[in-house]
Design a protein around this ligand. Sequence first.
Ligand SMILES: [Zn+2]
Length: 40
Amino acid sequence: MKKKMGQCQLCEREEVELTLHHLTPREEGGSHLPTVELCI
Ligand SMILES: [Zn+2]
């Protein structure tokens, strides 16, 4: 997975390594819904 630096949308820490998470499982159509970027 491609890595990215930025602000975590959960704990709001800045300059952390982020991964992209879908709010809804892809099996339920989540691939077209909003995503959040969370620290590892
Ligand atoms: Zn976080």
